[in-house]
Design a binder for this molecule. Structure first.
Ligand code: GLA
Length: 391
């Protein structure tokens, strides 16, 4: 299936892992609708690993665990659809899922039919336990073809964590999103590592198959399955803003029913969501580059590579001609960031400047002297939506 913008929704894994059940999923669907999340664009309610029994039935189908899901998956899908939301499930390209439940290897067509019958709209497809003799591009193609022949439109969210250089072959498989990272945990180190790693693969992102930076940890505050140290409010803001500027899927991972207002405010930041979901979906680019010598040589010359610095100023040109600009301080010290308008093509000769709207405070300012300057505390970010105005 082809989707125009990165999916937004909620997934059970980060907080609940094996502790999932029908009640939790239905209550979360209710919460999404009743508390303005659906209006913000969050629409997929996704059950991750651990939803089934360990054995398939006589027809070779995976059986939902009757203790966790007493009315079965069709009932749950119907409930979620009745709320105007979409239903997501999980399987794996190997014979077992990462948590050891049945995976879809060699059962792709049976499982795809079953998911379609239940009313599934989105399938997260993991990569544990795949036979060493087969390759990822082959297994993801097989499930994509099975889904496309299932009789229902089902988004395929590949989850091979970048293995086997996923980015170079995933677009040809028919997957709609691909996990370009290892698993996130609820700590600043994890967020920083994922952000820095993704700057080098930003150019693979785009319509056709979106880079998925993994589920959000905003609001977990150290609780739940991947809850670790937790993060500060500034760190959660940086996390959410980076995902939005990169155009990653925004899949909430906290227990929405029990988070504080600060988390709600971050997850519902409409300006950041609009940047993430911008209709043009242009690739982000980096304004500050660092030149590094690669160890490889071309003849006797070092091969030069250009990477964003570890503290990037990142931008994205939006569909209405505005520009999203974000400065991210991943370092542990307070730092000053500055960018010339020239680096966006808006040199002196154009007679233009930018009006900046801060996505967190809504404050507006005109860029003075063609230079945007911000001072950021450790782990902090600033993001502007910038409109072009006459000088
Ligand atoms: C892998 C995935 C996670 C989660 C677990 C479930 O680790 O990357 O996102 O789905 O499996 O077991």
């Amino acid at each position: 299936m082809f989707i125009n913008t990165p999916p937004m929704g909620w997934n059970s894994w980060n907080t609940f892992a094996e502790q999932i059940n029908e009640k939790l999923v239905m209550e979360t669907a209710d919460f999404i609708v009743e508390n303005g999340y659906k209006d913000c664009g969050y629409e997929y309610v996704i059950i991750d690993d651990c939803w089934s029994l360990h054995d398939r039935n006589a027809d070779g189908e995976i059986v939902p665990d009757p203790e966790k899901f007493p009315h079965g998956m069709k009932y749950l899908a119907d409930y979620i659809h009745s709320k105007g939301l979409k239903f997501g499930m999980y399987s794996c390209a190997g014979p077992l899922t990462c948590a050891g439940y049945p995976g879809s290897y060699d059962h792709e067509f049976v499982d795809a039919k079953c998911f379609a019958r239940w009313g599934v709209d989105y399938l997260k497809y993991d990569y544990c336990f795949h036979p060493e003799s087969t390759q990822g591009h082959y297994l993801y193609k097989r499930m994509a073809i099975a889904l496309a022949n299932s009789g229902r439109d089902i988004v395929l969210a590949a989850c091979s964590w970048g293995a086997e250089n996923t980015k170079t072959w995933i677009k040809e498989t028919g997957a709609d999103t691909f996990r370009s990272t290892g698993d996130i945990v609820d700590s600043w180190e994890s967020i920083k590592d994922l952000c820095v790693s993704q700057m080098k693969v930003a150019e693979y992102n785009g319509r056709g198959c979106f880079n998925d930076m993994d589920m959000l940890v905003v609001g977990m505050n150290g609780k739940g399955h991947v809850g670790l140290t937790g993060c500060t409010t500034e760190e959660y803001k940086t996390h959410f803003a980076f995902w939005a500027l990169m155009g990653s899927p925004l899949i909430i991972g906290c227990d929405l029913r029990n988070v504080d207002q600060t988390a709600h405010d971050i997850l519902k930041n409409k300006m950041l969501i609009a940047i993430d979901q911008d209709a043009a979906y242009r690739q982000p680019f980096f304004i500050n580059w660092a030149r590094r010598e690669n160890t490889h040589r071309v003849g006797d010359q070092p091969l030069l590579e250009y990477y964003p610095t570890e503290n990037p100023i990142m931008a994205r040109i939006l569909s209405n001609g505005d520009v999203a600009i974000g400065a991210f301080n991943f370092s542990d010290q307070r730092r000053t960031f500055s960018a010339q308008l020239d680096s966006l093509g808006l040199g002196e000769c154009t007679g233009k400047t930018l009006e900046l709207t801060d996505v967190w405070t809504g404050e507006k300012q005109i860029v003075p002297h063609s230079t945007i300057t911000v001072n950021l505390d450790a782990h902090q970010c600033t993001v502007y939506r910038a409109s072009v105005v006459d000088k």
